[in-house]
Design a protein around this ligand. Sequence first.
Ligand code: BTN
Length: 254
Amino acid sequence: MNQVFNNDISIIHLDEIPSTNDYLSQLCRQENVPEFQVVTAMSQTAGKGQRGNSWESEKGKNLLFSLVLHPTFIEAKEQFYLSMLIAICVSELLEQYTEDICIKWPNDIYWKDNKIAGILIENELIGKDIAQCIVGIGLNINQEAFHSSAPNPISLRQISGKETDLDLILQDLLNRITNYYNELKRSPKEFKQTLSDIYLDKLYRHTGYHAYQDNNEIFTARFHHLLPDGHLCLEDEQGNVRTYAFKEVNYILS
Ligand code: BTN
């Protein structure tokens, strides 16, 4: 284990572990871990994705890390703002390297119709509060081919043809996250509105009719609005507004 301190952020760099999210939450159970503690890994043997999926990453090629937050100024019912904040930071980082980056609801980062980064946020709630928030981020940077059954992964290398320094990416991303997070902490009311505005501006399939699938059927709809708790509201071709929680609707990708 190698521990480095940079910009007051403590980073634990590890070689191979099952999952950086699991490592960090285990550490939080064992000791008092400061906010923004970061854990990175060169590879994960059981990297976790959303919906119980696994996360593929070739050793040393991509950025895999988790950090812990204690967002006492945000109520549990507002946890989607944290998700927006992280997704915005990851997309703004990637926008420095390529065009066509957007956020696919709720927090996948896409380049065109391909997934370039994934975010797994695991919150521990106590009553109305978020006691602990483990943010796990996987960014596909230098991997040249993907082999898992994930439908549409892509890396920055595949888009730009260039190798990118993982440490630079990590430092840049941590700076963005701390800046945005501190701003949210300083003026939660105003900054929540700013986050919603930026998020909507970057939303994948924000305009036009597209194909979706829910538990009942495949249908065509357009984005209508987002509720503060993160529910997605789509308007179908008959003018009905359908409201979905995460996992209740899938985008049909072309
Ligand atoms: C997704 O399915 O989109 C979320 C993927 C999140 C992957 C990252 S990699 C670092 C961290 N550790 C994990 O086990 N998962 C997250």
